[in-house]
Design a protein around this ligand. Structure first.
Ligand SMILES: C[S@@+](CC[C@H](N)C(=O)[O-])C[C@H]1O[C@@H](n2cnc3c(N)ncnc32)[C@H](O)[C@@H]1O
Ligand SMILES: [Zn+2]
Length: 978
C-alpha cells in the first residue's frame, strides 16, 4: 500500500490556496456556477489538487505535481490537466474509480472526470441530483450539439412569450425593472403608507472611487396618499464626481447644495414602522388587529400574543384579507444608452399589477397545477435567519412572488413543458431511438428549467435592489445571502431586458455554462454515474479507489428547505400534467414516490428529506422537547453512518479524503467521532484549504468559514487499545519532525499547526481505544488533554532545537511563542491574523485559559477579537509607551509578573541602555525575578532565530541576546535551518 502524495508533507497547499482565492474573484469563477446558486461550492483548483494528490505516489516532486495538474496556470480550471499526454502519469488515473456521496453542485466530480476517472456522484436532494445531471452527465454524453439546441429552444420560448397577449398587456417594454414594496394601512390615520427599507436608487462609484451616478426616492403627502418622487442628482447637476455622500445621515452634498435622502421608515429589529402620512409610530397588533405602541398597554399574560403590526397585516394579506396590507410599485427603471433612467411608477403601472392579480386568482381558483401551492416550512434554522421568511406570512411558495412575476413564471413553466415534447418529436423524426430522443429532450428541458430557476431567484418579492453596483445588476438574487430574507424594496425584472437576472440573460448564462462544461468534458469517456441516494445508508455493491467528499457541517446550511424554492418549479417544468395533476415525465424518481404501481407526487424536500440531511437543525425537531440536544445527536449519528458507509465503499488500499468546513474543537471532535470511533478509519494527514468565499459567510455574521480542513483517512487494521502516555514520545517526535518539514518548505500559521497536529492524529487513530490512569478516554479528552498539548510541545521543541536553547515551561510563554512563530507574516508587519478557532486551539494546546492570557497581558480584547500584545516597533519612545500603557509596567515600582514582562522589558532596555549595562541590568533583575528573566532569555533566543525579518521583535530579541551573551546571533537561512 504505497503512500500517496496527499499523505506526505509536500502538497503545495499555499499555491493551491492562492489559486482557490483567484477562483472566487470575478473572472476566475467557474462559468457553470452562474447557472443557479448552490451553497458551499468548492473551488475547482482545490478539488483537482486533492484528487490528483490522492492518486499520485508520494515520491513525485511538487513541481511535477503542479505542472501535470496545471496548478501553475493563473486560473487552473480553465486548462485541462496534462496527464493525458503523459503515460507515466496517466496510469495513476485511468480506470480508477472515485465516489463523492455528498456531491452538491458537483465541483469535485467534475474535476475527477477531467482527470479521466470513473465517477459516482451521489446526493440526497432531488434538486441537486438534477443539477448534477446538468453539470456532469449531459455535457459528457451529448457534447456540443446540446449548446445549439438549448439556445434554439430557449429562443423559441422567448418568441412565444413575446407573442403572448397577456405579457404584452401587462408589461411596458421600455421598462426593465420595477421597484416594488408593501404598503400598510396606518392604524392611526387610516391611510396607506409604503414601507421603504432603502430610498436610494443609485449610489454608484467609478473606478477611482468618485460618484458617477446618484439617484434616490423621496415622497409627497397628497390627498390621494403618498406620492413617490424620483430625485436624479445627475439630471439636476450633471456630473457628480465631487459629491460627498454620508449614507448614515442620508446626505448628498454637491456644490453647496444638500440633498436629503429619507431614512428607512421600517426598523424590523425594533419592530417599528413610521407612517409617512401622519408620522405616527406603528408597532404591535393583537389577534384582532388592535394597535398598541407599547406592550405594557396590555395585561401581562397577554403580551406574548402581540406581534409586530406589519407581520400581522402581512399574514392577513396572505390569508386573503387585504384590508391591512397590499403591494405597490414605487419606481420603474428604463435602460437608456448604457445608463438607467428612474421614473416614479404611476397609477397605471400599479393597475397592471392589479390585472395580473385577477388573472392569478383565476388560475388558483381553477386549480391550475402550475401554481406552486406547496406549503413553505414553518420553522427557523438553528444557525441563523436563513429560513425565517415564513414569519412574514409566506406560507405557500407562490406567495413569494408578486402576481405579474408569478404569472410570467407560470407561462415559462408551461412553455418548457411544451419544449420537452417538441424537442423529443424533432429527434424522433430524425430517426433517433426513442430512448435517446427522450433523454436528449430531458437534457434540453432541464437546462431551460435551470434558466427559469435563475430567473426565479432574481424575480421575487425577496430579491433586493442593489444601489451601489453596476447598472446592469440592479437586482440581486434572493439566495445570495444563504437564506431567503425579507426585503422592503424588491426588483421585478421584465423577461426580455438585458439586466442581469432577466429570462433572456439567464439563457445566456446557461449557454455559457454549457459551453464550458461540454468543452471541459469533451473527449472524456462517459463514465459518470449520478445517483439520488442517502449517503448514510449507501449500498452500491462496489468499492472505490478514492472517495473525496465534502459533507455538510452542523447547522451551516439548511439545504432541503432552501432548495425547495427551486424544487417546486423544477417539478412542474419537468413533469407532465394529466387530469389537473402532475404526472411523471422527466426525472420521475426525483419528483414521485412509487408505491405499488402508483406514482405519488413528492410535495417538498423539507417534508420528505430534511430529516435525512446530515445536519444539526433543531427547527426540524420543533415538536420535540430538548430539540437542541436531539439535533446535535442527530448530526453526529448521521455523520457517523455516512463514514461507515464510505468505509464500506472504499477499497482496502483506497484513500478517503474529507473536506470539513470548520476548525473549532467541537468540529474536530464530531469528525473524529464519526471517522475514528464510528467507522474506525485512521487519519494519515490533514491540512487547511481555502474554500468558501468569506463574503457570503461574514454577511451571516458567523465565524469566517473560508478554510476547510482536509483530512486523509485510510482503512488500517487498528490495534485494540493503548495507554496514551506510552505514545507521548512518539507523538512529540513525529510532530517535531513534521513541523521542521513544514517550516522548511515555507509554511506558516494554521498550515503548520494543522499539518503538525495531523501527525498526532495519525498516531492516536491507529488504536481503537485509548486510556490513561483514569480509564478509557473520550474523543474530547483525547483531543484536549493529549493531542493539542502534545502538538504544542512538539512544535515548541522543534523551535527550541533550531535555537539550541532550553525549555519553555510556562503556558503563557508557550502560547506567545507559538503565535509569534506560526502566525507572523513574512511580508509585512501586521497584527497577527488568527481566527477564533486558532486561538481556541492554541489555548487548549498550551493549557492556558483566556482569562489568564488577558491578565498576563498576552492577549488584549479588542471588540469581539483578541490581539496579541507584542512590540511592533524599534523606536524606544513607542516601546516605552507599549510597556507602560499596554503591558501596564510600572517603572518606578518594577514588578515582573511573567516571562513576557521580562522579555519585553529587556528588549526595551537592550535599545535604551548601552550594551555594557544591559547584562548588568539582566543580572540585577534576576535577583528578584530569576525564573522570569531566564525564560525571557530563552524566548529571546528562539525569537531571534525564527522570526521573519519584517517582525520588529526579531531585532529587539537579537539585541537582547547579543548584549547578554556578548556575541552576535548567527543569522538563520531558511533553507539551512535544519
Ligand atoms: C457541503 S455540500 C457539498 C458541496 C459540493 N462539494 C460542491 O462543491 O458543490 C454538502 C451536500 O451534502 C448534501 N447532503 C446532506 N445530507 C446528505 C445525505 N444524507 N446524503 C447525501 N447528501 C447529503 C447536501 O444536500 C449538500 O448538497
Ligand atoms: Zn398614519
Amino acid at each position: 500500500m504505497g503512500k500517496r502524495f496527499i499523505e506526505g508533507a509536500r502538497v503545495p497547499a499555499e499555491l493551491v490556496n492562492q489559486k482557490s482565492e483567484k477562483e472566487k474573484q470575478s473572472g476566475g469563477r467557474p462559468p457553470f456556477w452562474e447557472m443557479v446558486f448552490w451553497w458551499t461550492r468548492k473551488p475547482l483548483s482545490g478539488a483537482r489538487a486533492i484528487i490528483g494528490a490522492s492518486l499520485l505516489p508520494e515520491e513525485i516532486t511538487p513541481e511535477e505535481f503542479t505542472t501535470q495538474l496545471r496548478l501553475n496556470e493563473d486560473i487552473p480550471h480553465k486548462y485541462p490537466p496534462l496527464i493525458f499526454s503523459n503515460r507515466e502519469f496517466l496510469k495513476y488515473f485511468l480506470g480508477k474509480k472515485m465516489l463523492d456521496p455528498f456531491a452538491g453542485f458537483g465541483c469535485i466530480p467534475l474535476e475527477a472526470l477531467r482527470l479521466g476517472l470513473e465517477v459516482t456522484a451521489g446526493e440526497l436532494l432531488p434538486t441537486a441530483y438534477i443539477f448534477l445531471k446538468a453539470i456532469l452527465e449531459y455535457p459528457a454524453e451529448f457534447g456540443d450539439i446540446l449548446v445549439e439546441d438549448v439556445k434554439r429552444w430557449g429562443e423559441w420560448i422567448t418568441e412565444k412569450l413575446k407573442e403572448d397577449k397577456e405579457i404584452k398587456e401587462l408589461y411596458d417594454e421600455e421598462v426593465a425593472v420595477y421597484v416594488g414594496t408593501w404598503e400598510i394601512k396606518c392604524p392611526h390615520c387610516g391611510k396607506w403608507t409604503p414601507i421603504v427599507g432603502n430610498w436610494w436608487l443609485a449610489r454608484v462609484k467609478d473606478s477611482k472611487g468618485k460618484y458617477k451616478r446618484l439617484a434616490y426616492m423621496d415622497y409627497q403627502k397628497t390627498e390621494e396618499g403618498i406620492e413617490i418622487e424620483v430625485i436624479d442628482v445627475n439630471k439636476e447637476v450633471g456630473a457628480t464626481e465631487n459629491a460627498k455622500v454620508d449614507t448614515n445621515k442620508g446626505e448628498i452634498v454637491i456644490e453647496e447644495k444638500t440633498y436629503k435622502v429619507p431614512a428607512p421608515n421600517i426598523n424590523s429589529r425594533r419592530e417599528q414602522v413610521i407612517c409617512l402620512n401622519c408620522g405616527s409610530v406603528i408597532r404591535f397588533a393583537d389577534a384582532e388587529g388592535n394597535h398598541y405602541t407599547d406592550k405594557k398597554e396590555v395585561a401581562k399574560g397577554k403580551r406574548e400574543e402581540l406581534e409586530f403590526y406589519v407581520k400581522w397585516a402581512l399574514k392577513k394579506y396572505h390569508d386573503g384579507d387585504e384590508r391591512f396590507a397590499r403591494q405597490r410599485l414605487l419606481v420603474k427603471v428604463k435602460p437608456e444608452d448604457g445608463d438607467l433612467i428612474f421614473e416614479k411608477a404611476t397609477i397605471e403601472d400599479n393597475k397592471k399589477l392589479g390585472i395580473a392579480k385577477e388573472k392569478v386568482k383565476k388560475l388558483i381558483e381553477s386549480g391550475d397545477v402550475d401554481v406552486p401551492s406547496e406549503n413553505l416550512w414553518n420553522y427557523s434554522a438553528s444557525g441563523g435567519g436563513a429560513l425565517s421568511i415564513f414569519i412574514w406570512g409566506f406560507d405557500k411558495f407562490y406567495k413569494l412572488f408578486n402576481p405579474r412575476q408569478l404569472l410570467t413564471l407560470i407561462k415559462i413553466t408551461k412553455l418548457i413543458r411544451e419544449v420537452g415534447k417538441r424537442a423529443e418529436d424533432e429527434k424522433l423524426k430524425k430517426g433517433w431511438s426513442e430512448e435517446k430522443a427522450f433523454k436528449y429532450s430531458e437534457a434540453i428541458a432541464t437546462y431551460l428549467s435551470i434558466a427559469l430557476l435563475r430567473y426565479i431567484t432574481f424575480n421575487t418579492v425577496t430579491s433586493p435592489i442593489r444601489v451601489d453596483t453596476l447598472f446592469n445588476a440592479i437586482v440581486a438574487g434572493n439566495m445570495s445571502f444563504r437564506g431567503i430574507a425579507m426585503v422592503w424594496n424588491y426588483g421585478e425584472i421584465f423577461p426580455f431586458c438585458s439586466i442581469t437576472g432577466s429570462w433572456v440573460k439567464n439563457n445566456e448564462k446557461v449557454i455559457n455554462s454549457l459551453q464550458y462544461l461540454t468543452s471541459a468534458l469533451s473527449n472524456k469517456p462517459k463514465n459518470i454515474e449520478i445517483i439520488q441516494a442517502d449517503a448514510t445508508s449507501l449500498n452500491l455493491g462496489e468499492q472505490f479507489d478514492i472517495i473525496v467528499t465534502d459533507p455538510p457541517y452542523a447547522d451551516d446550511v439548511p439545504y432541503s428547505e432552501l432548495s425547495d424554492f427551486y424544487y417546486v418549479w423544477l417539478k412542474r417544468a419537468l413533469s407532465d400534467v394529466e387530469g389537473g395533476k402532475l404526472i411523471p415525465r422527466y426525472h420521475k424518481e426525483a419528483f414521485f414516490k412509487k408505491i405499488g404501481k402508483k406514482y405519488i407526487e413528492i410535495k417538498t424536500q423539507w417534508q420528505e428529506f430534511a430529516k435525512k440531511e446530515v445536519s444539526e437543525n433543531a427547527g426540524r425537531f420543533m415538536d420535540l422537547e430538548n430539540k437542541q440536544e436531539i439535533a446535535k445527536k442527530h448530526f453526529k449519528n448521521l455523520l457517523t453512518q455516512s463514514f461507515i458507509a464510505m468505509k464500506n465503499h472504499l477499497k482496502d488500499d483506497g484513500v478517503l479524503v474529507t473536506y470539513y468546513a470548520h476548525t473549532s474543537p467541537e468540529a474536530w471532535a464530531s469528525l473524529l467521532y464519526a471517522g475514528w470511533k464510528g467507522a474506525k478509519v485512521t487519519i494519515t494527514n490533514a491540512f487547511p484549504l481555502t474554500t468558501e468565499s468569506t463574503q457570503s459567510i461574514v454577511s451571516r455574521g458567523k465565524l469566517a468559514l473560508d478554510t476547510s480542513i482536509v483530512v486523509v483517512w485510510r482503512k488500517i487494521q487498528q490495534e485494540k487499545e493503548k495507554n496514551i502516555h506510552s505514545l507521548r514520545e512518539e507523538i512529540i517526535e513525529a510532530v517535531k519532525k513534521r513541523t521542521k518539514e513544514l517550516i522548511n518548505q515555507g509554511y506558516v500559521g494554521r498550515d503548520v499547526l494543522i499539518g503538525a497536529m495531523a501527525r498526532a492524529l495519525n498516531i492516536i487513530t491507529r488504536y481503537k481505544e485509548l486510556y490513561d490512569a483514569k480509564g478509557n478516554l473520550t474523543v474530547e479528552k483525547v483531543l484536549t488533554e493529549y493531542v493539542y498539548p502534545f502538538t504544542a510541545i512538539g512544535i515548541a521543541e522543534s523551535l527550541r532545537e533550531i535555537a539550541e536553547t532550553g525549555e519553555i515551561k510556562k503556558p503563557e510563554s508557550l502560547f506567545y511563542l507559538l503565535v509569534k512563530a506560526l502566525f507572523g507574516s513574512k511580508e509585512k508587519v501586521t497584527a497577527k491574523k488568527m481566527e477564533k478557532s486558532d486561538i481556541i486551539l492554541l489555548r487548549l494546546s498550551t493549557k492556558v485559559d483566556t482569562d489568564k492570557l488577558l491578565s498576563h497581558k498576552v492577549l488584549k480584547k479588542v471588540k469581539e477579537e483578541y490581539k496579541l500584545l507584542e512590540p511592533m516597533t524599534t523606536d524606544t519612545t513607542q516601546l516605552e509607551r507599549f510597556l507602560k500603557d499596554e503591558r501596564g509596567i510600572n517603572f518606578i515600582k518594577l514588578k515582573i509578573r511573567n516571562s513576557l514582562d521580562g522579555l519585553h522589558l529587556m528588549e526595551y532596555y537592550s535599545l535604551k541602555l548601552p550594551a555594557s549595562n544591559l547584562r548588568k541590568k539582566w543580572e540585577e533583575l534576576k535577583e528578584d525575578f530569576s525564573f522570569e528573566l531566564e525564560e525571557a532569555f530563552i524566548l529571546a533566543k528562539i525569537l531571534a532565530k525564527i522570526l521573519p525579518d519584517v517582525d520588529p521583535e526579531k531585532e529587539l530579541a537579537e539585541s537582547f541576546v547579543r548584549n547578554v551573551e556578548g556575541k552576535e546571533v548567527k543569522p538563520l537561512q531558511q533553507e539551512k535551518m535544519f
